[in-house]
Unconditional design. Structure first.
Length: 145
């Protein structure tokens, strides 16, 4: 088995619409991410590299200094009020740590699919998002690409 792991840090704002506590208000976090991809043997590119560390980090660093929202947050999605390039649409009912992890997982799958398409290889992809020092969420799934 071969495994690649990267760690990245990014800063975002978000709010949980409909949440009964203080998280319903706009607030921010310094998030930390750990992305691990495991497979039996990685394909290699022309430089004999598998997945570039920087490419994997960019998946979550794209979120840096952005406002994370879902489709029901009409205020932040209004381009007359907020610059669209500063807002990232996350799938789900709220920009929770679970949905941020799903966003990153989907980004890893898309990156591998672009770099090494149609090889039929199974990759175990694990994404851990740390929202605060005490709160984190991990999604780990196998994707065949």
């Amino acid at each position: 088995m071969e495994r690649i792991t990267v760690h990245a840090k990014f800063h975002t704002g978000h709010r949980q619409l409909g949440y009964p506590g203080k998280c319903k208000f706009v607030h921010g976090h310094t998030w930390r991410a750990t992305i691990t991809v495991t497979t039996d043997e990685f394909p290699r590119d022309d430089l004999d590299m598998s997945l570039d560390f920087g490419d994997l980090k960019r998946i979550v660093r794209f979120l840096d200094h952005k406002m994370l929202v879902t489709e029901n947050d009409a205020t932040f999605l209004d381009p007359a009020l907020f610059e669209p390039e500063g807002v990232v649409l996350i799938r789900g009912k709220g920009p929770s740590v679970e949905n941020v992890a799903a966003y990153a997982f989907d980004g890893v799958v898309a990156h591998i699919s672009e770099k090494f398409p149609g090889r039929g290889k199974a990759y175990v992809i694990s994404v851990t998002i740390i929202e605060t020092e005490n709160n984190l969420f991990t999604v780990e799934k196998t994707a065949t690409i």
